[in-house]
Design a protein around this ligand. Structure first.
Ligand code: GLC
Length: 561
């Protein structure tokens, strides 16, 4: 197949810097302890001041909140706790007035069990909505095992006595999977998309999208099946009809507007990922792969810098000529960026946060910056199960207990990896509840808020926040950071991640130290003469053509011709 050179072609969505907002935790305008849309409206100028060009806001549709909004009961209504449609209209206008694009989270692998479709579907085997979901009649015996991420037993089939049948839920029991093989379901989804595009949204983040198509005969897993990432995706998603459905969605919706769509999850190979976004496929625009945030084998066997470089470089290489990727180090499903990839000790939190932000904003691909990472917010590290709010943590705990697992180890892991780490409230100032709310927040505030907060960082020229702003401006004003090619330099250096970005005659070099000590980096011949475009320290020590980087130093250099 001839490959088109789509990766270097200019597209508006490649040029975005996306800021991800978890609305529940961003700003509470009405004092109920829960963030809301009016809260986002109050902070529009702050968001603009960051230099980001687009936002992705996690789901704010009507929802009983079994999974914080990822269980939707009405796709055309706003969640009561977050406000109403007037607030939405005002919010999106506020973004657009500031030239900020708006990306909507579209959760259509599943709905809430409280969605009208499911209520109908569950009511009778003969109901018109029965085939909107996957049902397995009990007289056929127990269905073959399918894995569920949030189920207490890890079982995706739930027995429902009312019609003596099981329904499928890859996530919680309150998140039944939609049956995408039913054309009526697909039509409903396209209608929902039209509805929101007409309200002004500029893009869709397609939640759990690799799972929409599955083998609906639900055969037994082959011998040797393992409950690992590759096998789970292969045998639960990326099904035979996936591309037909996406092409239909492209034809019916995406191609009709100036919108883009990014797929959360990309299958289990580069081939899968390319099949979703290469331009000649006419499907989606951007992939959001997880390998970058899954690097390493857990707390006992963490990743090395070599692993980190390798993951990002291999994705970059694969998408060099064709397709386009997202760049991110955190989101609402993983730990805080600085705790996971930097060093969140008092001594190095600031330097390493700036270093990681430099990575996000100088790599090739569209950066997704998670709210709070522009301040260097870190993990809260809950110790007791009663502190957790996330269904994945609560049900994961029950599952581990029932399986007789080593609970001390389980709790250690949870404390580090729990999604609640990245869901603690935004730290606005040093007043009570970090200025997030006048009432007790729905989830605990990280106690470092007295030092780590927006107000304190606004007034400090070399704060993480102001460094972030310098970097967004650098990226926006220098196409070399967007379209320039990427090449690793001194690839085997165990302490420094270095890469060049090259566009036409422009050559830039990024040096990122990942260690607590000084490190030496030999500047290549073509970079002996340079200008400093970005630096997270006040100086750069150079001796004999070698840079002596400080702990977690991050510099961006442009070649002087
Ligand atoms: C995605 C979301 C996650 C959610 C899940 C189920 O992975 O990012 O937060 O729990 O889908 O919708």
């Amino acid at each position: 197949m001839a490959k088109s050179k789509t990766s270097s072609s200019k597209k508006w969505w490649k040029e975005q810097i996306i800021y991800q907002i978890y609305p529940r935790s961003f700003f509470d305008s009405d004092g109920d302890g829960i963030g809301d849309l009016k809260g986002i409206i109050e902070k529009l100028d702050y968001i603009k001041s960051l230099g980001v060009t687009a936002v992705w806001v996690n789901p704010f549709y009507a929802s009983p909140n079994d999974d914080n909004g990822y269980d939707i009961s009405d796709y055309r209504k706003i969640m009561d706790e977050f406000g109403n449609m007037d607030d939405f209209n005002e919010m999106i206008k506020g973004f657009h007035d500031r030239d900020i694009k708006f990306v909507m989270d579209l959760v259509v692998n599943h709905t809430s069990d409280e969605h009208e479709w499911f209520k109908q579907s569950r009511s009778s085997r003969y109901n018109l909505y029965r085939d909107y979901y996957h049902w397995w009649p009990a007289e056929n015996g127990k269905p073959n095992y399918r894995f569920s991420y949030f189920d207490e037993k890890g079982d995706a089939w739930k027995y429902d006595a009312h019609t003596d049948a099981y329904y499928l839920h890859y996530f919680s029991a309150k998140q039944p999977d939609l049956n995408w093989e039913n054309p009526e379901v697909r039509r409903e989804i396209y209608d929902i998309m039209h509805f929101w595009v007409k309200k002004g949204v500029d893009g869709f983040r397609l939640d759990a999208f690799q799972f929409i198509s599955k083998d609906t005969s639900f055969p037994p897993f082959p011998k040797g099946y393992q409950n690992n990432v590759v096998d789970v995706i292969k045998h639960h998603g990326m099904g035979p009809t996936l591309h037909d459905h996406i092409r239909e969605m492209n034809k019916e919706v995406l191609s009709k507007y100036e919108v883009f769509a990014v797929s959360e999850g990309v299958g289990s190979s580069f081939e899968d990922a390319h099949s979703l976004v290469d331009e000649d496929r006419n499907e989606l625009q951007m992939v959001y792969h997880f390998e970058g945030v899954e690097v390493g084998n857990g707390l006992d066997d963490p990743h090395t810098l070599a692993d980190f470089k390798q993951v990002h470089s291999k994705w970059e290489a694969s998408f060099k000529d064709n397709g386009w990727i997202s760049i991110f180090l955190a989101n609402h499903d993983v730990p805080r960026m600085v705790s996971r990839f930097g060093n969140d000790s008092d001594e190095f939190r600031v330097a390493s946060s700036k270093m990681l932000n430099t990575f996000l904003l100088t790599m090739r691909g569209t950066p997704y910056c998670y709210f709070g990472d522009e301040l260097g917010m870190k993990n809260i590290y809950f110790q007791h199960i009663s502190e957790y709010q996330d269904i994945a943590a609560k049900n994961g705990y029950k599952k581990a207990l029932s399986e007789g697992r080593d609970m001390k180890k389980f709790m250690q892991n949870l404390s580090f990896y729990s999604r609640d780490n990245s869901r603690t409230p935004m730290q606005w100032d040093n007043s009570e509840h970090a200025g997030f709310s006048s009432d007790l927040p729905w989830i605990a505030v990280n106690q470092d808020y007295k030092e780590v907060n927006v107000a304190a960082q606004e007034t400090c020229p070399d704060s993480v926040l102001n460094h972030f702003r310098q970097l967004t401006s650098l990226r926006t004003n220098n196409p070399v950071l967007i379209y320039g090619t990427y090449q690793q330099v001194d690839k085997d250096n165990p302490e420094v991640y270095a890469y060049s970005r090259t566009l036409d005659s422009q050559v830039w070099l990024v040096l990122l130290s990942f260690v607590e000590t000084d490190s030496i980096f030999q500047l290549p011949d073509n970079m002996q003469s340079f200008e400093i475009q970005g630096n997270n320290y006040s100086e750069l020590r150079i001796n004999d053509g070698r840079a002596k980087l400080k702990a977690y130093q991050a510099v961006v250099l442009s070649q002087k011709g």
